[in-house]
Design a protein around this ligand. Structure first.
Ligand SMILES: [Zn+2]
Length: 429
């Protein structure tokens, strides 16, 4: 196959020759008798890699399945996703992670790399079988109780020590539970006005500070999930200046949306579509997160794609589930927040949405530059398109997007997983 007329990382037009699932040549005017895919000047990026996806299977197949979630991922330009462990049963054994891994392979839309739970049942009481999950067919390297914080400092220390044996990483959902008991939205002027229980920034920052110190103390790798406050950025900048092995992610929604939407939005006030964990923060936080992603203090963009069925979201604020879907809008939101604002170029996007997440997850075969010899995991993206977000068009089984009706820039034109198109002309193949 020859993919003609694409701009690798936004550069000059070129052709990409693909054979046997591998990129064999990148150049201009490539000749051959192979099948031709016309890229029409689209930007070519290495297939995106998500470090933080909730696929909900096993257990909540009414919200998402591995198949629909990976179809959603492919439509968003992803070729690999890390599936979070908060399923039912929890992915805390070799058996469950292997089941999720195999479901991804059977679907064939996107590689699924299961994340293993840190503690049994995500209960924060005893360590799960981390070694067995690492040695399983799923080769787990990322461990997280995401949805819950590993708040016990001794357990967190033990987990950090344990994963060193297989070059694993603990991904912390930083939320001090006592400080956020009953919390409903960001603690600030607006939560006060709306009478909703506040979720203070310090609840996130205190855990990040503690865990950076713990990771440094035991000499292990730590990853911080969905950083949401300016204070967290300052702590990470300090930890990195020490040379500690700490990485961090930010979600697309925390790069674009603020807590003002809870009070006033095109979707009314108190609309649970904006209810998410961690909560949407202030404009100042959004600015700090964008700057941190631009300067590398925050390493990657991760979606925290969190599908929920309608009945769990379209209810009163206090009863609604927390979370937003994000796989099919991530690249557009990053373009809006980071590229169109001049903070990142397309090489910077590739680094933060493909190369770095693959490196943190120790995923071989993903996150490689588009060059001869690399696996043909490629996303073609048209940044000039403008699309009104219509959740009914999503491949995800859920519809809880905060962007419904918004016009966002860009469109994923095609996705190739080891040379096989999973999406062409914006549609699943
Ligand atoms: Zn989380």
């Amino acid at each position: 196959m020859i993919i003609r007329n694409v701009r690798v990382l936004g550069g000059e037009p070129a052709d990409i020759r693909v054979s046997g699932g591998t990129i064999t040549e990148v150049g201009t005017g490539l000749q051959g008798t192979e099948e031709i895919v016309d890229g029409r000047g689209a930007i070519a990026l290495p297939g995106l890699v998500d470090l933080h996806t909730h696929l909900r299977e096993p257990g909540r197949e009414d919200a998402e399945t591995v198949l629909t979630g990976t179809q959603s991922a492919a439509r968003g330009g992803y070729t690999a996703v890390h599936a979070m462990a908060n399923t039912s049963p929890v992915a805390d054994t070799a058996g469950v992670v292997e089941q999720v891994y195999r479901l991804g392979q059977e679907g064939g839309y996107c590689d699924v790399q299961p994340v293993g739970a840190v503690t049994v049942g995500l209960e924060g009481r005893q360590l799960a079988e981390l070694g067995a999950m690492a040695d399983s067919a799923a080769r787990v390297r990322v461990f997280s109780d995401d949805g819950h914080c590993v708040d016990d400092a001794v357990l967190m220390r033990r987990a950090l020590e344990y994963v060193k044996a297989f070059d694993g990483v603990v991904a912390q959902h930083a939320q001090e539970p006592r400080l956020t008991s009953g919390a409903q939205m960001n603690e600030g002027v607006i939560s006060g006005r709306l009478g909703l229980a506040g979720w203070p920034a310090v609840a996130e920052e205190a855990i990040i500070a503690r865990d950076c110190l713990l990771a440094a103390h035991v000499g292990s790798r730590l990853h911080i999930c969905h950083v949401s406050t300016a204070g967290s950025v300052e702590i990470l900048r300090w930890a990195k200046s020490k040379g500690w092995n700490v990485t961090a992610e930010v979600t697309p929604h925390h790069l674009l949306l603020t807590d003002e939407l809870v009070e006033e939005s095109p979707n009314g006030s108190y609309n649970p579509i904006y209810k998410v964990n961690p909560p949407l923060r202030t404009r100042a936080d959004v600015e700090a997160l964008r700057a941190a992603l631009a300067d590398g203090t925050i390493d990657v963009v991760a979606t925290d794609h969190a599908p929920h069925p309608v009945e769990d979201k379209e209810t009163e604020w206090a009863a609604a589930a927390m979370g937003m879907i994000g796989l099919e809008t991530a690249l557009s939101v990053v373009q809006e927040a980071m590229v169109d604002t001049g903070l990142l170029d397309w090489a910077g996007v590739a680094e933060r949405m493909s190369l770095k997440p693959a490196e943190i997850g120790r995923l071989s075969g993903h996150g490689n530059p588009i060059e001869a010899g690399a696996p043909a995991n490629i996303t073609l993206y048209d940044p000039g398109a403008r699309t009104e977000v219509d959740p009914r068009a999503f491949a995800s089984k859920s519809r809880n997007t905060p962007y419904e009706g918004m016009t966002l820039p860009g469109r994923v034109v095609a996705t190739f997983l080891r040379g096989r198109p999973t999406v062409l002309e914006g549609k699943l193949v």
